[in-house]
Design a protein around this ligand. Structure first.
Ligand code: FES
Length: 77
């Protein structure tokens, strides 16, 4: 059983659930999640608190996703 899970919410954020969630910026600086075991990341682009969801997607964002299998990764040259 994985210790972390990402749930793609229809018309909403990516919800991360886990005991040891670590989110960094591109330079490796860690966002202090203050012990949260549930965090929502914006995927609509409208949040004022990116990368976190602030509920702005409710003003109009449509994206319904169902799980599917990805093709194997291409070999690196
Ligand atoms: S997904 Fe919630 S504000 Fe973007």
């Amino acid at each position: 059983m994985p210790d972390a899970k990402v749930i793609v919410r229809n018309n909403g954020p990516l919800r991360l659930e886990g005991q040891d969630i670590v989110i960094t910026d591109q330079d490796g600086n860690v966002y202090n999640l203050a012990g949260r075991t549930l965090v929502s990341l914006c995927r609509c682009g409208q949040s004022a608190t990116k990368p976190f969801c602030d509920g702005a997607h409710k003003q109009g964002f449509t994206s319904e996703c169902q799980a599917y299998e990805l093709p194997p990764p291409k070999p690196k040259a």
